[in-house]
Design a protein around this ligand. Sequence first.
Ligand SMILES: Nc1ncnc2c1ncn2[C@@H]1O[C@H](COP(=O)(O)OP(=O)(O)OP(=O)(O)O)[C@@H](O)[C@H]1O
Length: 277
Amino acid sequence: MMQATDLGFRYSRLRPWLFRNLGFSLERGEILSILGPNARGKTTLLKCLSGLLAPREGQVHGANGIGYVPQDHGAGPSFSVADMVLMGRTRHLRAYQTPRREDHDAADAAMERVGVAGWAARDYSQLSGGQRQLVLIARAVASGCELLILDEPASALDLNNQSRVLGVLSGLAADGMGIIMTTHHPDHALHVSRNALLFVGSHDVRWGPTDELLTGPALSEVYGLPICTPTVGTLSGERVIAVPDFGPSCRACPVPEAVGAPLAELPLHISSRKEHL
Ligand SMILES: Nc1ncnc2c1ncn2[C@@H]1O[C@H](COP(=O)(O)OP(=O)(O)OP(=O)(O)O)[C@@H](O)[C@H]1O
């Protein structure tokens, strides 16, 4: 569905390379997660993949119909939610053409699918950041794209809405859509992605199976703090999760002698929900 080969980008000759020799391929029905520290170049990569920026090196081959959901940066225009989602149909219309019945149907179906149909009449600019994020996802879904590219789709969402978005994305992937998303939640990547891209350094962007790539040592190296990846029981089965050690400021771990101890020796306060049920 999409293949990137030897991609490289820097904003100018005077700026450092954000990434070089970056490569991956994406199958139909796959969700690829992109992880890395702030300002490492993840959004820039998404722009290269979606055609908003031209890579300085390498090639991107693949999907024609791409839906792009940017990070939400503000209240935006004062349109109804229904109209915002209907705008996703623009590429199916000629200039100045009025949306047809099928466009309204596609927009309605997208709002239902993402769970925002109840806000159809509300003013988009008066929604919360998390609500706006869901509406922008519905707009991209309405476009009928083959490949959906999302920049931190769950960054402003509460836990329930994170679950809803991951569920929507998994459902779209199960219907054959390709999905590429950036995330600061390793747990989300571990939950829904077979493959991931991990920005370790500008000359070291790793692509591979999520379970093999997002290990405790690799995540610790990338984010610069100890992270372990235990398997825990949940209502829906066993899952690997990523647990950062925020250090001596951690209220739950007042064990002074543990500070500075090797990660393997630190007490791990993880309880399985199964045990409480
Ligand atoms: N238009 C631009 N011109 C010059 N530099 C830019 C431009 N846009 C972004 N940058 C710089 O490129 C670097 C990477 O930015 P980018 O937004 O791709 O990072 P990111 O990994 O998505 O960050 P975050 O996780 O914080 O969203 C940053 O140092 C940023 O300041």
